[in-house]
Design a protein around this ligand. Sequence first.
Ligand SMILES: NC(=O)C1=CN([C@@H]2O[C@H](COP(=O)(O)OP(=O)(O)OC[C@H]3O[C@@H](n4cnc5c(N)ncnc54)[C@H](OP(=O)(O)O)[C@@H]3O)[C@@H](O)[C@H]2O)C=CC1
Ligand SMILES: O=C(O)C1=N[C@H](C(=O)O)C[C@H](O)C1
Length: 250
Amino acid sequence: MVDHIKVGVLGSGGKVGQAIVDAVRAADDLEFTVGVDRDDPLSDFVDSGTEVVVDFTHPDVVMGNLEFLIASGIHAVVGTTGFDDERISALTTRLADSPSVGVLVAPNFAIGAVLSMRFAQQAAKYFDSVEVIELHHPQKADAPSGTAYRTARLIAEARTAAGVGPSPDATTTELAGARGADVDGVHVHSVRLAGLVAHQEVLLGTQGETLTIRHDSIDRSSFAPGVLLGVREIGSRPGLTVGLDELLDL
Ligand SMILES: NC(=O)C1=CN([C@@H]2O[C@H](COP(=O)(O)OP(=O)(O)OC[C@H]3O[C@@H](n4cnc5c(N)ncnc54)[C@H](OP(=O)(O)O)[C@@H]3O)[C@@H](O)[C@H]2O)C=CC1
Ligand SMILES: O=C(O)C1=N[C@H](C(=O)O)C[C@H](O)C1
């Protein structure tokens, strides 16, 4: 008999949380235990014997959630954004005290988004200019998106490693915000538009040519296969894993 992994969802009533609950319920090898939202106690996960919790909540609460889960010996697969260097470092330190627990943090669980980040990283050193445009639904809490933030950092790292200088830009006067946010020297522009889900373009340009790497999540079910892969893997990956690419054969 196959042992089902017992899976709970934090933020189960949210836009992505609902899609993840549906996906867990539909998977033959997983058992959905409990959904926890803002007013529910985190102890529901302990009481239900949950082994892995998927978190799609809010950047303001995710670190507190993780503290509870790690202290309770529950693995976590985290889609919630807001993981800067400080948070990654704090999480690494915290997990050192609970060596049997695994946490996966990924800014984007859609396979196309993961590939587009990798392609942008590969292309970055061959072009004079690169900018990132992310486009999302207007309910999104954070800007820039976690995906755009990581994409820009990967691009910046690749260009630095290759000895490529900053993108040329002769702008001397500008309205505040007109050139977007500066993430390690890469300009990132955030669009919020009714009707959108989650989209990103990396624009690269050099002499006589441009390359656009675009990804579109047109439905939140796009995040489910990556999340379920994380759920199946995280029990055998103690410590912190950052990025779904770590679990893929890219
Ligand atoms: N990594 C990835 O692939 C993806 C990441 N995301 C990220 O996931 C996060 C959630 O996105 P989305 O689903 O669109 O957002 P929603 O606002 O639709 O959902 C968040 C849910 O979390 C709930 N919540 C808020 N605070 C708590 C808390 N303290 N405890 C438990 N539940 C809480 C909210 O409740 P209430 O409504 O009452 O506030 C809501 O139901 C964002 O950070 C987003 O950027 C999104 C898509 C893909
Ligand atoms: O809030 C969203 O919707 C999304 N958030 C993640 C991000 O900030 O990158 C992933 C995806 O873009 C959808």
